[in-house]
Design a protein around this ligand. Structure first.
Ligand code: GLP
Length: 243
């Protein structure tokens, strides 16, 4: 696992965008795995800048997102589909028909998850998967548990995740309790992985991810085993490591 230390959030966002840009330039029809959360927003802004100045062409890119709330349809402004349209897809020349997010409006969770896993398999896997890091070490919505889930599945969100996300909803009762998420196996099968982490509030968990034991209690710790994983984190997020 490579760790790249950046000065601050803006520096992290630029460096992460440079890595994604290299992927798109080298393989214009690549499959990008994308993430939501506040951390990647700056990276998406940087990608939009590079598209606007002519450096990037997304016309042949396909994308698959990590996760989606169960029970929210794509027009709900709290859905991850809505987030992606707003922060990236509507701002670059990607073909929206080539962008995939698990179908939160599908009530049959086995179907929603099997269909999504099949989409990724049909692509022949993900070239570059972007990840944020939850405060409890989750990636996608793979919460701490006693095993590493293999494929896309339905999860009950941890209380801490519901709390962290309630700021985006009018009332706490509106925060969905379940989500569809790529499994740890789905993520680990990506050819390369890029994790963005910012801020002192992530320092403790990031130290565990990098230096701690590999355990499903810290889901992101499995990334230590990935042959091509890169963490781009700012000084504050790395402040509990010796890096
Ligand atoms: N499902 C998403 C994760 O993919 C994301 O990494 C995490 C951290 O979000 P933030 O970047 O806002 O800290 O939030 C959500 O739970």
């Amino acid at each position: 696992m490579r760790v790249i230390k950046t000065k601050d959030y803006a520096d992290m966002s630029r460096k992460a965008a440079n890595i994604i840009s290299a992927q798109v330039i080298l393989k214009p029809d690549c499959v990008l795995g994308l993430a939501t959360g506040s951390t990647p927003i700056g990276t998406y802004d940087q990608l939009v800048d590079r598209y606007e100045n002519g450096d990037l062409d997304f016309s042949r890119v396909n994308s698959v997102n990590l996760d989606e709330y169960r029970g929210l349809d794509k027009d709900n402004d709290q859905s991850y589909r809505y987030f992606m349209n707003k922060h990236l897809f509507s701002r670059v020349n990607i073909d929206v028909a080539h962008t995939y997010v698990p179908d939160g409006s599908e009530p049959d969770s086995s179907k929603a998850c099997a269909d999504y896993e099949a989409i990724i398999e049909n692509f022949g896997g993900i070239d570059l998967q972007l990840l944020g890091l939850g405060h409890n070490g989750h990636i996608g919505f793979n919460e701490p548990t006693d095993h590493f889930p293999k494929n896309t599945h339905c999860v009950d969100l941890a209380e801490s995740t519901i709390n962290a996300n309630k700021r985006f909803f009018e009332k706490e009762e509106d925060v969905p309790r379940q989500a569809y998420t790529m499994g740890i196996g789905t993520i680990m099968r990506a050819k390369s992985i890029l994790v963005v982490v910012s801020g002192a509030d992530k320092a403790e968990i990031l130290n565990k991810v990098i230096n701690g034991p590999i355990t499903p209690e810290v889901p992101a710790s499995i990334l230590q085993l990935h042959p091509n994983a890169t963490i781009v984190a700012d000084e504050a997020a790395l402040s509990k490591t010796s890096l």
